[in-house]
Write a protein that binds this ligand. Sequence first.
Ligand SMILES: [Zn+2]
Length: 88
Amino acid sequence: MPISKKDRRTREHKKGDAAGTRAAVRPNGTPVKAPKPTSICQNCRKEIVSTMRVQLEDHASTHSGEWTKEKCWPNDFPAEGAAGAATT
Ligand SMILES: [Zn+2]
């Protein structure tokens, strides 16, 4: 019994998956982009893409007083000044 077009495509996908060569695509055919790394604000748990440094800083500035960007995003803005090295 001949296999259907769909079956063949499914097999090709499986083969590609096994070989690691198949690009992930959505059911509508658009490629799936790798998820962007995000950081969670330590104050309000807001999630922002880690690479958007300006957004991270902007967000930190919405918190009042001593809540610095280093406190909001310790992973993205490690507190280098802790050792007393005042650079600027
Ligand atoms: Zn926040």
